[in-house]
Design a protein around this ligand. Structure first.
Ligand SMILES: Cc1cc2nc3c(=O)[nH]c(=O)nc-3n(C[C@H](O)[C@H](O)[C@H](O)COP(=O)(O)OP(=O)(O)OC[C@H]3O[C@@H](n4cnc5c(N)ncnc54)[C@H](O)[C@@H]3O)c2cc1C
Length: 461
């Protein structure tokens, strides 16, 4: 009997696992991948993709309104939630099939089963009870919504997972959380015509983002009718006939038709048998790995959200690819987690890369800030009262652009391209040499001339 049944067993067919399995197979490895739910993982099934489809749906509301100012006359548009969800589900099924086909074409054996480690050498497939002895194990099991503290009525609360499958669009929804997922769903439900209350325990939404950006987004969301309550938490949810009475920490109450919590996501490590295999964890519940995604057990690697490093799809994919190249391609590759551009598909949209103003002031001796807020041209005839926001953070000593923060239409598309310049260590002077593309919103980035403020750290005596 061969010592190993396969060269690689991947636990989880999400963004990272699928990429790692395919590339490892292309390098000639015998690969098996186990998936307990649906192929594609969080991103495809109940994350980025369905979320963005709902974001698109919600944005039509503004388009219909704005069209009037541009000479169009429209019948009162009618929205059908069930139709949107059915169409979204069809698209997700198509993508799931495409992922499955990709794996099969690469020669990867896909097993629809939960996989758990019995010990460091043995993985058990629970659907069949089969035991597999792989040469290498890759844990790519992702993360799941943290349900929240055990408050009365928690059983009535949904997470983002259920939000994608609601039977009906609620008239009123309360969302607890201040993360990108909470903010995005607030925008989706608001755009689709729901009354949205966002409750967040911290000082302001989007903790960890640039303070000016947070304040700008906060006021723009309120301008669009989202009620934002900061500094409070939900302490109980009571079912009152068909509605819910949500009690907040200050003893006020909000009556709604749905309650959703988006309070963070925890790595999927429970019940995987990792402890018995000797795998160690980080203080933030992720699997501890080195820059090559190797765990404390040399033949067990971990990538993506289960490591709780940078929890984004492109990062999981990059880590999966790097793992396969390192272990099976003879090309040791560490993933660079610095300056990862990212977006929040809120309304309006957010795109960021690099340091916030606060981080730059903490780390750099001299910091120059350039920023502007303006009404995008498209809003003029639309008569919409909304403003975009651009901010550049520049290292005052090297002139390098170390951060860029955008709020406004297409911010995500813009930050993808700004990311190239930032990774290439573009200076503010480089940006200034670029001719504007007129009339666009993005031209504001290359025409920022006046420093809004400069900080100098005094040298210690
Ligand atoms: C609502 C939402 C919106 C998001 N939006 C974005 C976005 O716009 N952009 C972005 O970059 N990222 C976004 N993300 C994050 C992104 O989805 C994740 O970072 C990404 O999916 C992580 O990939 P992964 O491979 O680590 O894990 P996952 O994609 O979660 O895949 C893990 C897979 O492992 C399976 N699994 C778990 N345990 C086992 C087991 N024991 N046996 C077998 N299978 C198992 C799971 O069923 C799952 O399919 C979003 C996430 C959410 C929830």
């Amino acid at each position: 009997m061969a010592e190993h049944d396969v060269d690689l067993l991947v636990v989880g067919a999400g963004s990272g696992g699928v990429r790692a399995a395919r590339i490892a197979a292309e390098h000639g490895a015998r690969v098996m991948i186990a998936e307990e739910y649906r192929v594609g993982g969080t991103c495809v099934i109940r994350g980025c993709v369905p979320k963005k489809l709902l974001v698109y749906a919600a944005r039509f509301a503004d388009e219909f309104e704005d069209a009037l100012g541009y000479g169009w006359t429209l019948e009162q548009p009618v929205f059908d939630w069930q139709k949107l969800i059915a169409n979204k589900d069809r698209e997700i099924a198509r993508l799931e099939l495409a992922y499955t086909t990709t794996l099969e074409r690469a020669g990867v054996k896909l097993v629809k089963s939960r996989a758990v480690l019995e010990d460091a050498q043995t993985v058990r497939l629970l659907a069949s009870g089969e035991r597999i002895r792989p040469r290498h194990i890759l844990i790519a099991s992702g993360a799941a919504p943290w349900p929240g503290p055990a408050i009365p009525g928690l059983e009535h609360v949904i997470s983002s997972n259920e939000a994608f499958h609601l039977q009906e669009l609620p008239k009123r929804i309360l969302i607890q959380g201040g993360s990108y997922i909470a903010v995005e769903f607030a925008g989706i439900f608001n755009g689709l015509g729901c009354e949205v209350t966002l409750v967040y325990r911290g000082e302001d939404i989007l903790r960890g983002f640039d303070d000016d950006l947070r304040a700008h987004l906060h006021s723009e969301m309120e301008r669009r009718g989202v009620r934002i309550i900061c500094g409070k938490t939900v302490k109980a949810v009571q079912l009152a006939q068909d509605t819910f009475m949500v009690k907040l920490s200050d003893d006020t109450a909000v009556e709604v038709d749905k309650v959703m919590f988006a309070l963070g996501r925890w790595p999927n490590v429970v019940g995987l048998g990792l402890e018995s295999a000797g795998v160690r964890f980080t203080p933030n519940r992720g699997i501890a790995v080195d820059p090559f995604s190797k765990s404390s057990v040399p033949h067990i690697h971990a990538i993506g959200d289960v490591t709780n490093r940078v929890n984004l799809t492109p990062v999981a994919i990059r880590e999966g690819h790097a793992f396969a190249d390192t272990v099976f391609g003879g090309k040791p590759t560490a993933v660079d987690h610095s300056n990862v551009p990212t977006a929040v598909f809120s309304e309006p949209e957010v795109g960021v890369i690099g340091l916030t103003e606060a981080q730059a002031r903490e780390r750099l001796a001299r910091v120059d800030i350039y920023k502007t807020s303006f009404r995008p041209m498209k809003m003029s005839l639309a008569g919409r009262d909304t403003r975009a926001f651009f901010k550049l953070i520049v290292d005052g000593e090297t002139n390098e652009v170390v951060g860029c923060h955008i709020v406004g239409p297409d911010a995500a598309e813009m930050i993808q391209l700004v990311g190239i310049a930032v990774k290439m260590k573009a200076t503010k002077a480089d940006i200034d040499t670029v001719m504007a593309v007129h009339p666009t919103m993005a031209e504001e980035l290359v025409t920022l001339r006046e420093k809004a403020v400069s900080y100098r750290r005094e040298a210690a005596e």
